[in-house]
Design a protein around this ligand. Structure first.
Ligand code: HSE
Length: 293
């Protein structure tokens, strides 16, 4: 039996649509695997009733099939499904690492990223690596043609409103084209964000989150977004954007401002008649084996 803690992740980070991602110190899923003749899945925890237990429809089940590693898989969800915090990616990444250990398969973490992405693709329809890459490699990742990882320690607040935004809707509102002016601004911001992760500099990371193309279109799907963004900035956040495809709103900040930013964001959502909770978190390590075999 092997147990893995697999972290939530925040994808895009504003200027890095479908490319950037970061592992969060919390929340996280726990994935426990035991050898079995056939794969079965059991899901408990937050939002578990929305997660299919049929192995063909569950990212962890697809990962077990990809690895030819049948197991009884127990997933305790700490990452709410459809939150914009890489919930299915956490389960896929956790299952890939746990099964690699259980069956002594010898894959390295980058190889497991490809396996977990296949699990995501089978269930979600798209094989973006912007959540599974940081979930397995930790820190900040840029998953373009190359897969690049940087260890980073930037404080973040991930504020999750009690609303649902479907990834399909969130992808449909993304503009099909962008002006050269907006592309220039996005490249500048993306480069600033990457430099900020190398320096563990919350000011640069926050400034680099600005994105004139994708985020404004998606923010319109999240009731209370503008109020939460303004409240976070007033409380000291250095930058605010939509986490993944939403509805979580993520803010970068200095450590001493994190608590105030978290409560300002929750209050702003509540004032907009939307219940919300905030995770005081940070860029952190990837999935890790807690106990094994
Ligand atoms: N990058 C994706 C999106 C989400 O924003 O739609 C995670 O893969």
């Amino acid at each position: 039996m092997v147990t893995v803690r697999a972290p939530a992740t925040t994808a895009n980070m504003g200027s890095g649509y479908d490319v950037f991602g970061a592992a969060l110190t919390r929340p996280a899923d726990l994935v426990r695997v035991e050898r079995a003749a056939e794969t079965t899945i059991e899901v408990t925890g937050t939002g578990s009733r929305y997660v299919p237990e049929d192995p063909a429809d569950n990212t962890a089940g697809v990962v077990a099939a990809e690895l030819d590693a049948p197991a009884h898989v127990r997933v305790n969800k700490g990452v709410r499904p459809s939150s914009g915090l890489g919930s299915s990616a956490a389960s896929a990444a956790g299952a890939a690492l746990a099964l690699n250990e259980l069956y002594d398969l010898g894959y390295d973490r980058e190889q497991l990223v490809a396996v977990a992405a296949a699990g995501e693709a089978a269930v979600a329809g798209d094989a973006h690596r912007d959540n599974v890459a940081p979930a397995l490699l930790g820190g900040f990742t840029a998953a373009g043609d190359e897969l690049v990882q940087v260890d980073a320690e930037v404080p973040l607040v991930a504020c999750l409103p009690e609303t649902v935004v479907s990834t399909r809707d969130a992808r449909e509102v993304v503009p099909e084209s962008a002006s050269v002016e907006d592309l220039v601004a996005t490249v500048g911001n993306a480069a600033t964000l990457v430099a900020g992760t190398f320096r563990d500099d919350p000011a640069l990371v926050g400034a680099g989150m600005d994105d004139p193309v994708v985020t404004p279109a998606r923010a319109a799907l999240i009731d209370g977004y503008e109020a939460a963004r303004e409240a976070a900035l007033a409380a000291g956040a250095t930058g605010v954007t939509v986490s993944g495809s939403g509805p979580t709103v993520v803010a970068a900040c200095y450590p001493e401002d994190r608590r105030a930013v978290a409560s300002a964001m929750v209050d702003a959502f509540v004032d907009a008649d939307v219940r919300a909770r905030a995770y005081q978190t940070a860029v952190g390590p990837g999935a890790r084996v807690l106990d094994g075999r």
